[in-house]
Design a protein around this ligand. Structure first.
Ligand code: F6R
Length: 233
């Protein structure tokens, strides 16, 4: 694991953006795994400012709330379109997010997993981490969920994310999420973690036991994982 400590959120965003831009330059037909949330916003801004060529790039997002339509301002599809895709020259047909409106969530998860495999897997996967150590929506559990799956969210995650909803009760209670095996299949992983309130859980994930109780701890086993963070001294 490579750990890059930065002095600020801005520097963390620049460093992660540079790593993604280098991947795009080195392989213009890369498959990028992308994340939503507050952490990658600065990364996306820095990438947009670089005006790089994304015309050959395909993206697969980590997760989507179950029950939200793509044009719902709280959906992850909407987040990606607004904060990233509409500012770069990517072909929207090559941007993939699980379909939160699918009538059969299990079938949608199987379709999404098969899509990632059909694309040849992910070249670089960008990740954030929740306060409980979750990556994507793989919540602390007794075992690591393998593939893309339908998951009921933790109370802590519901609390953390409900702040984005005008009515916190509208926050979906479940999501479709890549599994740990899906994520670990990426050829490179880039974990961005920001904020003093995540310092303890990050240390536990990086230096503690590898356990599904701290899902991000599994990243210790990845052969090419870079952590960029402003929360370690
Ligand atoms: C988002 C995702 C989540 C977030 C995590 C951190 O697609 O999969 O795991 O990365 O909840 O969220 P922020 O960045 O808002 O602290």
């Amino acid at each position: 694991m490579k750990i890059i400590k930065t002095g600020s959120y801005e520097e963390m965003s620049r460093v992660t953006a540079d790593i993604i831009l280098a991947q795009v330059k080195q392989k213009p037909a890369s498959v990028l795994g992308l994340a939503t949330g507050s952490t990658p916003l600065g990364t996306y801004k820095a990438i947009i400012a670089a005006k790089a060529d994304f015309s050959g790039i395909t993206t697969v997002n980590l997760d989507e709330y179950y029950g939200l339509k793509p044009d719902d301002p709280q959906s992850y599809r909407y987040f990606m379109d607004e904060n990233f895709f509409r500012h770069i020259n990517i072909d929207k047909a090559k941007t993939h997010v699980p379909d939160g409106t699918a009538a059969d969530p299990a079938a949608e998860c199987a379709r999404y997993e098969a899509l990632i495999q059909a694309l040849g897997g992910t070249d670089l996967q960008l990740l954030g981490m929740g306060h409980n150590g979750h990556i994507a929506f793989n919540e602390p559990a007794d075992s690591f969920p393998a593939k893309t799956h339908h998951i009921y969210l933790d109370e802590q995650t519901i609390k953390a994310n409900a702040r984005f909803f005008a009515n916190p009760n509208d926050m979906p209670k479940s999501a479709l999420s890549m599994g740990i095996k899906t994520i670990m299949g990426a050829r490179k992983i880039l974990l961005a973690v920001s904020g003093a309130d995540k310092a303890e859980i990050l240390k536990t994930a990086l230096y503690g036991a590898i356990t599904p109780k701290v899902p991000a701890s599994v990243l210790q086993l990845h052969h090419d994982c870079t952590v960029v963070t402003d929360c370690l001294d």
